[in-house]
Design a protein around this ligand. Structure first.
Ligand SMILES: *[C@@H]1O[C@H](CO)[C@@H](O)[C@H](O)[C@H]1NC(C)=O
Ligand SMILES: *[C@@H]1O[C@H](CO)[C@@H](O)[C@H](O)[C@H]1NC(C)=O
Length: 384
């Protein structure tokens, strides 16, 4: 049993170790769930936090708890990253070594350099107090694909940005000071929260699952998938797709059986996991056994709220279908056959823009952002 809420958990397979984060601590457990060691990540300003002293912070240190919002392994190196809420969300790199079949943390580095970090642009500020999801991708270096929930006050003080791509410097003292990002426009930061529920990568893409309001003028919430291309270090190929998990009762046509319970839209994602399907399920949802499938637990929310009610359902979305739906949306937006003006959407990130199509000389090309709504109900596996 841990003291306090478990904030994150990640496994390190080469030594069957499990890292469990709580406030101010990360425990390393073996596969028998015995605690092997503990890293103290806070509070700042207390002498229990030995690794805090590794960060070159200027000025006096206020007492500040560390909620470990990010806990993730490097996909290539034997490195564990942890990013906490203290000091505007900076991260540590914990180098792991296996000694007689047991994982030990050999060294911890503070991913921060005072030089480039300012309130309006802070490359080393990763974790947001309101929640952050991160995928680390190994390219020529380790790249962090980061999505954070922000509000106005967080955005104004060492903004973690909504979505960003950051390269870890080879000097390991933080992240490259120039990086691409998207952030909810200041006027919507307090009224249009985007909650990131899950993140993963597959082949050429990184995905984030979100719960957010349907649009700026509509108060009900729904679930979206965000897709970023790994091949680009900018956000030119940022895409969003609405994921709709719906239970449709079979209509009873015989007279006398009037009961027709309502169909249910499970609009708010609670948890998700992407993995390969079993053979029977793969067949049922027209996926291949080698395809990745996104499994999500979706709940029906209270009216105009993201709070779940008690009913929930599991829906499965093959990644190939998600990618196809995004491509179809892009083709529709850019096709020369489209004569109606189509909005690109994403009004919380950008000002009103229309899709370009034949004859449109606005100079915008197709590979910019689009918000595509697709009613893709693919499988219903269960309902309580
Ligand atoms: C923004 O979030 C922070 C952290 O949870 C909180 O302390 C602050 O009150 C929030 N601001 C607003 C305007 O809600
Ligand atoms: C907002 O979403 C609702 C429901 O999907 C829709 O009816 C409405 O037209 C949308 N408004 C805008 C401005 O897109």
């Amino acid at each position: 049993m841990a003291e306090g809420n478990i904030q994150n958990i990640v496994t390190y397979e080469p030594a069957d170790a499990i890292f469990v984060a709580v406030r101010n601590k990360i425990y390393m457990l073996n596969s028998n769930l015995v605690i092997l060691s503990t890293v103290v990540t806070g509070p700042w300003g207390s002498d229990q936090c030995k690794i805090c002293a590794k960060c070159q912070m200027k000025g006096p240190m206020n007492f500040e708890d560390t909620d470990n919002k990010v806990l993730v392994m490097d996909p290539f190196e034997h490195w564990l990253y942890s990013c906490g809420t203290s000091q505007h969300g900076i991260c540590f790199l914990h180098e792991i070594e296996i000694q007689s079949n047991i994982a030990v943390i050999k060294e911890t580095t503070c991913l921060y350099s005072a030089q480039f970090n300012k309130p309006y642009e802070c490359p080393d500020c990763i974790a947001s107090a309101l929640g952050t999801r991160t995928v680390v991708v190994d390219k020529s270096a380790s790249y962090f694909y980061v999505a954070s929930t922000v509000n106005r006050s967080i955005a104004e003080t060492y903004s973690p940005k909504s979505v960003s791509i950051r390269r870890l410097k080879s000097t390991r003292d933080g992240f490259d000071h120039s990086f691409h990002h998207l952030t909810v426009l200041p006027e919507y930061q307090d009224t249009y929260p985007i909650n990131y529920v899950y993140s993963f990568n597959d082949q050429h893409f990184v995905y984030f699952l979100t719960v957010q309001r349907e649009n700026l003028s509509f108060k009900s919430y729904h679930t979206r998938i965000v897709r970023l291309s790994i091949e680009d270090n900018d956000l030119q190929k940022y895409r969003e797709l609405n994921l709709d998990c719906r239970f449709e009762y079979k209509r009873r046509r015989r007279r006398g059986l009037a009961v027709n319970p309502r169909d249910v839209a499970f609009n708010v994602l609670q948890a998700a996991h992407a993995t390969k399907p079993g053979s029977k399920l793969a067949q049922e949802i027209s996926a291949r056994e080698t395809d990745l499938v996104l499994f999500g637990v979706f709940a029906e929310s209270h009216v105009d709220s993201m709070m779940p009610q008690k009913n929930s359902a599991v829906c499965a979305f093959p990644l190939s279908m998600i990618n196809q739906a995004i491509d179809n949306g892009m083709n529709k937006c850019c096709s020369s056959n489209v004569h109606d003006k189509m909005l690109r959407g994403l009004m919380f990130y950008q000002h009103t823009e229309y899709c370009p199509h034949n004859g449109d000389k606005t100079g915008m090309h197709c590979e910019t952002m689009i918000h595509l709504v697709s009613k893709q109900f693919i499988s219903k596996l269960g309902i309580q």
